[in-house]
Ligand binder design. Structure first.
Ligand code: XMP
Length: 325
């Protein structure tokens, strides 16, 4: 019988058998997979697990708090938070090319995670060896990467692949046999907060690839504010589970003339990219109600300084990708 409870019981037994009394670390990204994987391992071995959350400053409003407060409160994990916001701004300074951004963000992420892991290993003296690393690999990831034991060479940076030689971990992958909807059911059963369990897809490089142009602290603030408004209105309209995701993009190098109050403005456009999809391989633009679009547009242009236009992306995938970079 497939029930979340049975999956949890089986995995708890398997995790205990695999890790014994060793210590385990897990990188949390704020996404569903790493959160549910961590919650399962926590259920199995409790305080032998230490989670690491790298705050790269490219998350949306409230997401870091969701991990640092809500997840910890719900699951009771031991969490190390690394504030790496300035580090990421430094390495992204002057960078505009999308693939270069991705590579830089991925590389920096691994460096920060490595440093944190090294510290944890170093003061593990009292509790024995740190031998295991948790990964939220799902069944479709296993299939995609050719299956078998090689599945550790992971699509995105928040699944930490190539760690250096002095950090050799054995992988714990408790979600390897599960599909996304099953992971969600298991997450709910384990008490993972609903905002995390039902989070829409969000790219590992985060808002870094939703600012078209250089990533700066000011631009991140603008985009975070606009994105928060769009998400709030979509939630209020009850559409969170109907649309696949809705990237909000800042065209940071584009300005257009506007008028507000009694003055001329020269601000940036924000792009709304709501899409419907089954698996992100193909997508269609979502036909959102006009009144909702009007409300999002009014609020963003009124409440977010430096934004004087909101535009809607009406491109399917293909030919457009879901993200703009
Ligand atoms: P595209 O833009 O290729 O996006 O149509 C397809 C899906 O993948 C997400 N995405 C990423 N996820 N790391 C991730 O973890 C990435 O670098 C990345 N790039 C795109 C995107 O949000 C969409 O759901």
């Amino acid at each position: 019988d497939w029930t979340p409870g049975n999956v949890i019981a089986d995995q708890v037994a398997a995790i205990r058998a695999q890790v014994g009394s060793s210590r385990v670390i897990c990188g949390l990204s704020g996404g569903v997979d790493s959160s549910v994987a961590a919650a399962l391992v926590q259920r199995a071995v409790g305080d032998q697990l230490t989670c690491v959350f790298v705050d790269h400053g490219l998350l949306r409003q409230g997401e870091a708090e969701q991990v640092e407060k809500d997840f910890v409160a719900a699951i009771g994990v031991k969490l190390v938070v690394v504030d790496a916001k300035q580090r990421f701004l430094d390495v992204l300074a002057g960078v505009t090319e999308p693939e270069t951004k991705r590579k830089i963000i991925g590389r920096e992420f691994i460096r920060v995670f490595e440093d944190a892991a090294r510290d944890i290993v170093a003061d593990a003296g009292q509790g024995g060896d740190v031998k295991f690393l948790v990964q939220g690999t799902l069944y479709p990831d296993v299939v995609e990467s050719g299956g078998g034991e090689g599945a550790a060479n992971i699509k995105s940076h928040h699944n930490v692949g190539g760690l250096p030689d002095d950090l050799q971990f054995e992988l714990v992958e408790p979600l390897r046999t599960l599909f996304k909807d099953e992971v969600r059911a298991v997450g709910i059963e384990l008490g993972v907060p609903e905002d995390i369990v039902w989070r829409q897809p969000f790219p590992g490089p985060g808002l870094g690839i939703r600012i078209i142009g250089e990533v700066t602290a000011d631009r991140l603030d603008i985009l975070r504010a606009a994105d928060a408004i769009a998400r709030e209105e979509l939630t209020k309209a009850g559409l969170d589970r109907d649309i696949w995701q809705c990237p909000v993009v800042l065209l940071a190098d584009v300005r257009s003339v506007g008028v507000q109050g009694d003055g001329r403005t020269y601000g940036h456009p924000i792009v709304l990219r709501p899409v419907s999809s089954e698996d992100a391989m193909t997508a269609d633009w979502s036909r959102l109600p006009y009144d909702l679009l009007a409300e999002i547009s009014n609020r963003i242009t009124n409440e977010v300084s430096d934004v004087n236009r909101v535009v809607l992306d009406v491109t399917s995938k293909p030919p457009g990708t879901i993200e703009w970079e």
